[in-house]
Ligand binder design. Structure first.
Ligand code: ADP
Length: 344
């Protein structure tokens, strides 16, 4: 195996956005092959290229697949242009007639981000606000299940101008589009990375939302390629960060807040939502049990100088309803909705 062999493999990898292979784009800057090491330098012409990590993984994967007998290291160094260039190239636009876009994010999975998104959407819709959800959580797109839309197959239509649009589902008066309508959860992660980013870009630009006051985006947990894609493709009004009160969950939240606030991303963080704040059993309605610790979200809000948008207790019916495709509003989601609206 020599440099030429590696270059041939890499020339089969297409940059999903620039639509050319990474060799002819000049992204492959250097290849060095020894008996026990392959080093690649990938130099991306734009800063924070949202596809950099998935291209890195795909490169490693393609080489291993072609040379399964090679047991050495594959080291891929990513270089990128100075951040100044993003501002020139970022196509951040608000999609059509959507007035506000709110990213609902979390540091970890399982904190109730999708449940909060669904119940908040229902609350907003009940107030007469035109609401939509874009479920971008590639690791667990649960919005279809929460609205009983598992079998929805999005239709594509042609507009009068001849462009293709995708028709969102509708439930509780909420327009809903999910990456889960397109991606089989069983599919391999490696393949899913690039595939998911492409599908998501298509959903962002081709969904026929109509007039919308608030679009909620159910983000994947943590920070990664999908977050960068979304903030580059859409003008996000603000982010709401969902956490449970546990200390362990909080470090990841801080990382998420930093990402939204970082240079070149600059998404305002509207505040923190503390979910599963306490548990009140039906037979002891006055009692509050702080099973995940007390006020972790409030403390974090104080520490980061962000507003605490709501504290939402663990409620058995919340979990049952979202399992049964029936999201519901409560006094807690009403507070959350009011606090978000007042910040738009
Ligand atoms: P995430 O989107 O952060 O991965 P989910 O919204 O899927 O998390 O929630 C994880 C689980 O916790 C689900 O079973 C959901 O029904 C349950 N859950 C979330 N929030 C609450 C709550 N406030 N009360 C009761 N159950 C909740």
């Amino acid at each position: 195996m020599n440099n030429q062999d590696i270059e041939t493999i890499l020339s089969g990898i297409i940059h999903p956005d620039l639509k050319q292979n990474i060799v002819s784009l000049g992204i492959v800057e250097q290849i060095s092959v020894t008996d026990d090491k392959i080093r690649l330098t990938l130099n991306f012409p734009r800063a924070k290229d949202p596809f950099a990590n998935s291209i890195k993984r795909t490169s490693e994967h393609a080489i291993r697949e072609k040379y399964p007998e090679f047991g050495g290291d594959i080291i891929v160094l990513i270089k990128e242009a100075a951040p100044k260039k993003i501002e020139q190239s970022a196509p951040a636009t608000t999609t059509g007639k959507i007035k506000n876009i709110i990213a609902v994010s979390s540091g970890k999975g399982g904190v109730g981000k999708s449940t909060v998104t669904s119940n908040l959407a229902v609350t907003l819709a009940e107030k007469g606000i035109k609401t939509a959800i874009l479920d971008a959580d590639i690791y667990g797109p649960s919005i279809p299940k929460m609205f009983g839309l598992e079998d929805y197959k999005p239709l594509a239509e042609k507009t009068e101008e001849g462009s293709d649009v995708i028709i969102p589902a509708e439930s509780h008066g909420i327009k809903i589009m999910s990456i889960g309508f397109f991606i089989d959860p069983e599919d391999a992660l490696v393949w899913r990375g690039a595939m998911a980013t492409n599908a998501l870009r298509q959903l962002i630009h081709q969904t026929e939302w109509g007039e919308i006051d608030v679009l909620l985006i159910d983000m994947p947990p943590g920070t990664g390629d999908i977050h960068l894609t979304i903030v580059h493709e859409l003008k996000i009004t603000g982010a709401a960060i969902v956490t449970t009160p546990q200390q362990i969950a909080l470090a990841d939240v801080v990382r998420g807040i930093k990402m939204f606030r970082s240079e070149g991303i600059d998404v305002p963080v509207l505040g923190i939502v503390e979910n599963m704040s306490w548990f009140t059993p039906a037979e002891l309605p006055e009692n509050k049990y702080y099973i995940f610790g007390r006020n972790g979200g409030r403390d974090l809000a104080d520490k980061t100088g962000l507003p605490l948008l709501a504290q939402i207790p663990l409620i058995q019916s919340v979990s049952e309803n979202s399992d049964n495709g029936k999201p519901t509003s409560s006094v807690y989601t009403a507070t959350l909705a009011d606090n978000i609206i007042s910040r738009l």
